[in-house]
Design a protein around this ligand. Structure first.
Ligand code: NAP
Length: 293
């Protein structure tokens, strides 16, 4: 078994991006700027946002956080989004999901300027991604592709089973894996799939984005499978200072004995997601430079 060490790869990419940002700083009066918008005080969301801000600092990207109370109205939030769209000093921004129940997430995503949509969630960017056109690709799927590439994993003509069909992970990674370049034959499974074990047992590559801790057991996979575990769930753990530990969708202990390659949780897909957001931010800076030239 070989570990797909996202954490290590992400550190290498950060060094590469830092060199790029250093060059930008030497030649331009403006540093790339990422804004994070956070609504409410969800603990996990705050952790994710802080991790993104820390990573920005490491590569020299300027980052700011704008936080709103959880009872902000949908209209007020949309107005704030418009202001960010018009602020030339901000190259890219993310609206940390999930949003409170009274706010329509899709409405908010639709309002984000596609040029600043470094999460790649806007329908116009998602559409371009599906068509294989240059655009912002959502950071988690982009991170998975980068991880596979850096480990030179052959995906061509392989059977790839994607578990989950969310707009941020399952759906986009299934599209990317089936496109020219990756050339996998992709099956997308979801909660209404009935013959899951039959599918996963035939898979050369499993990409799991369910959010169900240790759902995938060793009797569900074949020898030599490549496993990408996207799932991150906080599970109560009294032995930990924080009171919880992070679990992936895969029973790592058992499945790793059969896998040829497998991502750990934590330290696999998570760090890759963050670093690809930084990559997208630098691209947004480049776009911003061009449109202001
Ligand atoms: P989500 O929107 O909740 O989607 C979960 C998907 O799993 C849905 O498509 C659902 O099917 C499917 N599903 C649920 N139960 C199933 C079952 N028994 N069998 C087959 N499919 C089932 O989740 P998400 O936002 O994609 O995130 C998934 C996980 O990845 C979470 O743990 C999240 O924290 C993690 N995540 C990690 C990163 C990272 O950077 N590592 C980034 C994003 C997300 P239906 O569509 O039928 O409901």
């Amino acid at each position: 078994m070989n570990l797909l060490e996202g954490k290590k790869v992400a550190e290498t990419i950060k060094e590469e991006l830092k060199l790029k940002v250093d060059k930008i700083k030497n030649t331009s009066h403006r540093t790339p700027h990422l804004k994070a918008v956070l609504v409410g005080n969800n603990g996990a969301s705050l952790t994710y946002v802080n991790n993104k801000i820390t990573a920005c600092k490491k590569v020299g990207i300027r980052s700011t956080l704008t936080q709103f109370e959880s009872d902000i109205t949908e209209n007020s939030l949309l107005e704030e989004i418009k202001k960010i769209n018009e602020d030339n000093d901000i190259d890219g921004y993310i609206v940390q999901l999930p949003l409170p129940k009274h706010i329509d997430e899709q409405k908010v995503i639709n309002e984000i300027s596609p040029q600043k949509d470094v999460d790649g969630f806007h329908p116009s960017n998602f559409g371009k991604m599906a068509l294989g056109m240059p655009t912002f690709i959502p950071a988690t799927p982009l991170g998975i592709i980068e991880l596979l590439d850096r480990y030179k994993i052959d995906t061509s003509s392989k059977q790839c089973v994607v578990l989950g069909r969310s707009h941020i992970v399952g759906r986009p990674i299934s599209i990317l894996m089936s496109q020219k370049g990756k050339n996998s034959t992709v099956t997308v499974a979801h909660s209404k799939t009935t013959n899951l074990q039959e599918l996963t047992k035939q898979a050369d590559i499993i990409i799991s984005a369910l959010g169900i801790p240790e759902f995938i057991k060793d009797d569900m996979v074949k020898e030599g499978v490549v496993v990408i575990d996207v799932g991150i769930t906080r599970v109560t753990d009294k032995t930990k200072l924080k009171g919880y530990s992070l679990k992936g969708d895969v029973d790592f202990e058992a499945v790793s004995k059969k896998a040829s390659y497998i991502t750990p949780v934590p330290g696999g897909v998570g760090p890759m997601t963050i670093v690809m957001l930084l990559y997208n931010t630098i691209r947004a800076w480049e776009l911003n430079q061009k449109s202001n030239a």
